[in-house]
Design a protein around this ligand. Structure first.
Ligand code: TRP
Length: 330
């Protein structure tokens, strides 16, 4: 069975952007692939090193969100990155294979550094600049051949592939060259029209929101500012609610036509959307209600043990190839 690996940074509760992107995809792939889902606490610390308690709390939130969303512990291995020291060790070896200027050119890292000006006022940290190397270690530690990712992660995957090629050419073929499986629809706008969901309070629909919560948030979402009264004509192209209908509704043309003709009031349009979002979230809520914290701990414990066994095997092979197998060779 081919292996896939994906990672989630535990920086907050998961929202519908995560669900429609990575989670839904991984849930459907777990039947065909040996699936590893990593909670990337080490990576989360690269820009949250001052908030270790929050990272810790979010590890459990993310685990609960992932299992509620259908990540099945009988099919998938859910584990915590910091408990796999082999990943850190691989990162050290791989860091010889990547130049600083290459890291600085990584478009995703570049954008993120620009967004984190507050944190990296004078200069970016070594850890943050280098996280794509650690991500290469995440993927290769499990010899994953497929990595389901959003578009923003394509540069990271490309960087991983470069590291793998370089490793294999210098030390001999030891690592599987992974491929990205790019997930469409991973960019979900915030309800307030902000470019990204999760950036500010109230702009995200969390998987743990109640139905009332969701209805309330949707009803305060930004619509076409020129459409004020029920019968005003609207422009769906500038309406955040319509953006969401694209993700949740089948009858898009009807919705757009009615809006343009002034036959669709925003209040009912939002109610319609909230209902569809809630229908999607209901099975997740039902599953969540059956999960006890002790069960989550157990799943993480077992998953981490299993992940560690696999990572250890990879590290052994890597060290053999690097002639670092001192007391093992005959
Ligand atoms: N960087 C990814 C994100 O921000 C998370 C991640 C960490 C990841 N390690 C990974 C994704 C390995 C895929 C494979 O979403």
């Amino acid at each position: 069975m081919k292996r896939i690996l994906t990672g989630i940074r535990p920086t907050g509760k998961l929202h519908i952007g995560h669900y429609l992107g990575m989670l839904e995809q991984t849930v459907s792939l777990q039947n065909e692939f040996d699936t590893f889902v990593m909670i990337a606490d080490v990576q989360a610390l690269t820009d949250n090193f001052e908030r270790p308690k929050s990272v810790r709390e979010n590890v459990l939130e993310v685990a609960l969100d992932a299992i509620s969303s259908g990540i099945n512990p009988y099919k998938s291995t859910l584990f915590i990155q910091s408990l796999i020291p082999e990943i850190a060790e691989l990162t050290v070896y791989y860091s010889n294979l990547v130049t600083i200027s290459r890291l600085q050119q990584n478009p995703t890292v570049k954008t993120e550094i620009a967004q984190k000006r507050e944190l990296f006022k004078h200069s970016v940290t070594y850890g943050f600049l280098g996280y794509p190397i650690s991500q290469a270690a995440d993927i290769t530690a499990f010899q994953a051949s497929v990595v389901p990712v959003g578009e923003d992660q394509i540069p990271q995957l490309e960087q991983t592939r470069e590291i793998v090629r370089k490793f294999n050419s210098i030390y001999g073929e030891a690592l599987v060259l992974p491929e990205a499986r790019v997930i469409p629809n991973t960019r979900v706008k915030g309800l307030d029209g902000d470019a990204k969901m999760g950036k500010s309070l109230g702009n995200a629909i969390f998987l743990s929101d109640t139905a009332e919560n969701v209805s309330g948030k949707v009803s305060s979402a930004i619509t076409d500012p020129a459409k004020i009264r029920l019968r005003d004509v609207g422009n769906p192209d500038v309406c955040t609610v319509f953006e969401y209908h694209k993700l949740f509704s089948e009858n898009l043309e009807t919705i757009a036509d009615e809006c343009r003709a002034g036959d669709r009031g925003c209040v009912m349009c939002k109610r319609d959307l909230a209902q569809k979002v809630n229908a999607k979230l209901e099975p997740i809520r039902e599953k969540r209600a059956t999960l006890e914290p002790s069960e989550i701990f157990e799943i993480l414990f077992e998953g981490t043990n299993k992940a560690r066994t696999v990572a250890r095997e990879t590290l052994d092979v890597v060290k053999q190839h690097m002639h670092l197998d001192y007391f093992k060779a005959a």
